[in-house]
Design a protein around this ligand. Sequence first.
Ligand SMILES: Cc1ncc(COP(=O)(O)O)c(C=O)c1O
Length: 283
Amino acid sequence: MKDQIVFFNGDYLEKEAVKISPEDRGFLFGDGVYEVIKTYQGKMFEFDAHLSRLERSLNGLEIQFEELDNLKSICHRLSCENKLDNQDAAIYIEITRGAARRTHCFPGKPVAPAIYMMINPCPSTKKEQGKGVKIIFRPDIRWARCDIKSVALVANVLATQKAVENDAAETVFIRDGAVTEGASSNFFAVFDDVLYTHPESHYILSGITRKVVLELCYEIGVRVKQYPILSSRLDTADEMMVVSTTKEIIPVIQYDDKKVGDGTPGPVARELQQAFDRATAKL
Ligand SMILES: Cc1ncc(COP(=O)(O)O)c(C=O)c1O
């Protein structure tokens, strides 16, 4: 995006003018957290849920950040300054432990956390929603605190690259014989008219779209079980889907070289996406 205005440590400035310290602990250690919030025509979706999760992530890393209350107005200003208040966009917020001499333990003298925020247009995923996508499954090699939305994403980066190399839209992880979640999404599967997803735990990110999907299931009368899905059962799934803030609800029609159901998007995914569209249209 040309002439993009971002927010960095208290200032609004052009992205090229941002100077991040080489001693920033986000840069040195991946010692920071982030959030991604979608705006629909300038209106933020599930802002409070994203803010609460950001607070939980900060607490998880013991980063003291006192200015959470200011984030909403910064989001609004970024949306307006970048003239993205009349289209769909994604706001990125990153907070790191700040800059200090490199040592693994927390800085001896407290330093101010660093904060960076930007907004970018968010491309529509209507095409993928309509046609469905292929995914691949891979072992979950991530740490055991996947509930913290940490910027240390190298395992997710490697997994996403494997998806690209296999013409797939997403890599979904398997840990100890159970499906956990995607590299940047939560995973759902339908067996005999019941929608299954991994329960909240340290092994998945508590996705905001996951939460919304569970609420919509209640509204439209889809039965849900928050149980781990055994990888040995995957070939009997009627439907699969991956969901996230920027993807919304994407039906999976193929995994590895196998068809899901009859190889077309299923009725539960379609009904959920319609309900999701109604929820975002009400904003
Ligand atoms: C690992 C992981 N799981 C799940 C999600 C979905 O979370 P949300 O619906 O809050 O975007 C994401 C989003 O980026 C993610 O990175």
